[in-house]
Design a protein around this ligand. Structure first.
Ligand code: FES
Length: 310
C-alpha cells in the first residue's frame, strides 16, 4: 500500500495532554473507507513513523480524526505532533489498516485506559444501545479525551483514578456472561489485568511499550542465536541484548518496520525454518503456534537457528 499525503485541517485540545487532529485530502477528495478499530500509519515531518487509531465517524469520508497523547517519556513522535503539527501541516499516511476489528457478538464490554479510548470510540458508536458497556479509566477527568461525547451515550462508566481509584475489573468481569466479547485498549498493565481475569473472547490492542521489549536480552533461548536470511544468502548472529531486527538490518537495511514494540505488524516476516519465540501482540494464538511468520522487532528464536524469508 502506497503512502499518500493528507493535510492537517484542524487541531483541537481534546483533554489535558491530548490533541485531536483532523486530516483531509488537500484537494478535497474522499478518503479511503475504514471500519472501527482501524489505524493509520503516519509519517511525521521529521520522518518518524507512528500509528494512530481512527476515532471519528467511518461515514465521514471527508476527514480522518486522530487523538494524540503527549508522551514526554516516549520516542519523540507525540512530542513532535504536540509541538509542531498544526493546520496546514502535510503528513504522509498509509492505511487504514485494521488489526483490531469488531467481531459480531451479542454483547460487548469495552475497557479503555487513557488514550486507549480512541479505537473504542467508533466501535461503541457503531453498536446498538443496550448491546454494550464501556469502562473508561484515566488519570483524572481532565485527562480523559472524548468524555463529553461519551457522556451522552448509555452504558458508559468513567473512572478517574484521582477520585475513584483503579477500574474494578474483578467486579465487572466477574459478572459478565461468558460469551461477552471483551475489547480492551490501553497500557500494558491494564491489558494484562484483563487477560488474567477474563477467559471468554478477548480482543486487545496495545499502546506503548509492552514487556516484550525486555525480551531482547533474554529471549526464551536465554542467549543468542543464528538467523539465516535465505533470500540474501547470509547468516548473522543475534547476540543476547540485541534485537533480531537490528541484526537483520545489517544485511537488509531497507527491511520494513515501524513501532519496534511488536504491535503494529509492519515487520511481520515469513519463517522458513526454526521455531520463533513470539513476543508481539499482533499474532493470534493459532498463528503463534503455527510459527509461519513472526514480528522480528521483538521476536526471537526458541532454538539455535532460525531461517527467515529475507
Ligand atoms: Fe511494529 Fe514490528 S515494527 S510489530
Amino acid at each position: 500500500m502506497s503512502v499518500f499525503r493528507l493535510t492537517v485541517r484542524s487541531v483541537v485540545r481534546e483533554a489535558e495532554g491530548v490533541l485531536g487532529l483532523l486530516l483531509a485530502d488537500p484537494g478535497g477528495a474522499d478518503l479511503p473507507r475504514w471500519e472501527p478499530g482501524a489505524h493509520l500509519e503516519v509519517t511525521l515531518p521529521s520522518g518518524a513513523v507512528r500509528h494512530y487509531s481512527l476515532c471519528g465517524d467511518p461515514g465521514d469520508r471527508g476527514a480522518y480524526r486522530l487523538g494524540v497523547l503527549r508522551e514526554p517519556a516516549g520516542r519523540g513522535g507525540s512530542e513532535e505532533v504536540h509541538a509542531s503539527v498544526g493546520p496546514g501541516t502535510v503528513l504522509g499516511v498509509r492505511g487504514p489498516f485494521n488489526r483490531f476489528p469488531l467481531v459480531p457478538a451479542e454483547r460487548y464490554l469495552f475497557v479503555a485506559g487513557g488514550i486507549g479510548i480512541t479505537p473504542l470510540l467508533p466501535m461503541v458508536r457503531s453498536l446498538p444501545p443496550g448491546s454494550w458497556s464501556l469502562l473508561y479509566g484515566g488519570r483524572s477527568l481532565a485527562s480523559m479525551a472524548y468524555r463529553e461525547e461519551l457522556a451522552g451515550l448509555p452504558g458508559v462508566t468513567l473512572v478517574p483514578q484521582d477520585t475513584e481509584g483503579l477500574l474494578d475489573l474483578d467486579a465487572v468481569l466477574g459478572e459478565l456472561p461468558p460469551a461477552t466479547a471483551v475489547y480492551c485498549c490501553g497500557p500494558e498493565g491494564l491489558l494484562r489485568a484483563v487477560e488474567e481475569r477474563w477467559e471468554g473472547p478477548l480482543h486487545t490492542e496495545r499502546f506503548g511499550a509492552s514487556p516484550v521489549s525486555d525480551s531482547r536480552g533474554s529471549g526464551g533461548s536465554g542467549g543468542g542465536f543464528e538467523v539465516e536470511l535465505r533470500r540474501s544468502g547470509r547468516t548473522v548472529r543475534v547476540e543476547p541484548g540485541r534485537s533480531l531486527l537490528d541484526a537483520v538490518r545489517e544485511v537488509v537495511p531497507g527491511v520494513a518496520y515501524s513501532c519496534e514494540e511488536g504491535w503494529c505488524g509492519t515487520c511481520e516476516t515469513k519463517v522458513l525454518a526454526g521455531t520463533p519465540e513470539h513476543h508481539d501482540s499482533v499474532l493470534g494464538e493459532e498463528e503463534r503456534a503455527a510459527g509461519a511468520s513472526m514480528m522480528i522487532c521483538v521476536g526471537r528464536s526458541r532454538g539455535p537457528r532460525l531461517t527467515l524469508d529475507l
